[in-house]
Design a protein around this ligand. Structure first.
Ligand code: BG6
Length: 464
């Protein structure tokens, strides 16, 4: 739909940017931090870096926050590394770790930047992994203990909490983001445990913090049918339910999406429910908002169930695989791709936002959106016009979605500064701020604002 006149962004809109602990902090093993699964897995391939130094944000957070303030950020989304505050995942607290986040939060508040805190971003403590990780039900209790510590120590200053970053990506593309499982059945048992952990922490947050707000943060996208053949439309519905609605329905209704439950039972993937689980899921199904990460849409065709539905055997969290008897991957010829083969679809951002709003009617935060690409430093400058173009197109569509009636209160693109990609190293950069290091040569890790930094600063100034 075209509008004659567009409403401007609200003056109090939370323009922000995001990072996650293991991708930005470095300082692995420093000041009492216990190892996480990300430390233990290390570099995903020879030829790319591990997470041990990353962007050294742990030591340079003051300099980074000062730059965030210069950029005009109103919000900063970061995650707490569970094993930095609880080195073994439970039990003894590492006060040095708590102090780091406490200082970071104070530093943000000093510049009137709203802290948005993600509890869990792919970095399970290795000690818990060795007990079976999310496949072990005891991890739920440990997560609640961790969340309680976070709420108690930071809840006086943090108003916005996100529970689990991209639970759907962890379950569906665990290999890309460092979660190991041996079968689909095990994945869905893990998902069930994460749902319980999320429900319990959502309730706990509301019980102990009067004014804090908390919500889930899955990766949500539109799934298009390849054609208007109803068989393709059904396949798109299948994949949309399995990939996206399962996670938001659970957060919002405290129940399994019925189509997905039928699929799980039919395939023998259904998780074991213990007595009381249904009640726990219901009791924690009252998020204050929905946060979504959006990078790209997917396009699918009808499954043929002939042993060839999985067409793309290589891929990652944004590259469509296909699933036997459920859907086939298809190519969308109407949209472009990044140099890492992720589709670029700003209009899909608008359709995604509309769909989430139509289904749940909760205020929406965008906790990730961005372009991963190699940047080049030339004469001390980075001209990342391609990133500006990408972000501007998405922001335009977000504004249109808001004109469509979708309530959105924050946009936190990925990423505030360059950091290590989940599985593609340091060369795949996302930040507004360039970090002067290569894959293995750490150089001086100097912070250099890119062209997109100045563009975002200007956008925030003119819209706020
Ligand atoms: C999301 C994650 O999947 O996408 C981030 O929440 C991640 O942690 C981002 O970095 C981009 O993905 P990648 O694989 O390019 O790092």
């Amino acid at each position: 739909m075209f509008y004659k006149q567009l409403k401007p962004f609200p003056k109090n809109f939370l323009w922000g940017a995001s990072t996650s602990a293991f991708q930005v902090e470095g300082a692995a093993g420093i000041d009492g931090k216990g190892p996480s699964v990300q430390d233990a897995l290390g570099a995903r391939h020879p030829g790319i870096t591990d997470f041990s130094v990353a962007s050294d944000h742990y030591h340079r957070y003051k300099e980074d926050v000062k730059l965030f303030a210069e950029m005009g950020l109103k919000a900063y989304r970061f995650s707490v590394a569970w094993s930095r505050v609880l080195p073994l995942g439970r039990g003894e607290v590492n006060e040095k770790g708590v102090e780091f986040y406490s200082n970071l939060i104070d530093e943000l508040l000093k510049y009137n930047i709203e802290p948005i805190l993600t509890l869990y971003h792919f970095d399970l403590p290795q000690a818990l992994e060795e007990e079976g990780g999310w496949s072990n039900r005891n991890t739920i209790e440990a997560f609640v203990e961790f969340a309680k510590l976070v709420f108690e120590r930071f809840g006086d200053r943090v108003k916005y909490f996100l529970t689990i970053n991209e639970q759907n990506v962890i379950i569906l593309h665990g290999n890309a983001v460092g979660n190991k499982v041996s079968s689909k059945k095990e994945s869905y048992q893990q998902a069930h445990h994460m749902f319980l952990a999320q429900a319990r922490t959502t309730k706990l947050c509301h019980d102990i913090l009067e004014t804090a707000k908390i919500g889930p943060a899955p990766n949500i996208i539109s799934v298009y049918p390849e054609t208007c053949n109803p068989e393709d439309v059904l396949a798109a519905d299948n994949w949309m339910a399995i990939r996206c609605w399962l996670y938001l329905d659970m957060a919002y209704y405290g129940e399994y999406n019925s189509l997905v439950w039928s699929y799980l039972c039919d395939r023998g993937y259904e998780p074991t429910f213990e007595e009381g689980d249904a009640e726990i899921l219901k009791a924690g199904a009252n998020p204050d908002f929905i946060s979504i990460n959006y990078y790209a849409t997917m396009t699918v065709a009808a499954a043929k169930n002939d042993g060839n539905d999985v067409t793309f055997r290589e891929g990652d969290q944004q590259i469509t695989y296909g699933e036997e008897g459920v859907y086939r991957a298809a190519v969308n010829t109407h949209i472009g791709k990044t140099e890492y083969s992720w589709f670029i679809d700003p209009i899909g951002f608008r359709t995604t936002l509309r769909a989430v709003w139509d289904k749940y009617r909760l205020p929406i935060m965008i906790s990730e959106n961005g372009l991963g690409q190699g940047d080049t430093l030339v004469d001390g400058q980075v001209d990342d016009q391609y990133r500006i173009d990408y972000l501007q197109l998405h922001i335009d569509q977000m504004q249109l979605a808001m004109n469509d009636g979708v309530e959105i209160f924050s946009y936190c693109p990925w990423a505030a500064i360059d950091l290590v990609s989940t599985h593609q190293g340091y060369g795949k950069r996302y930040g507004f701020i360039y970090i002067d290091r290569d894959e293995f040569d750490l150089k001086d890790l100097a912070r250099i604002p890119k062209k997109s930094f100045y563009w975002y600063k200007d956008l925030i100034e003119t819209t706020s």
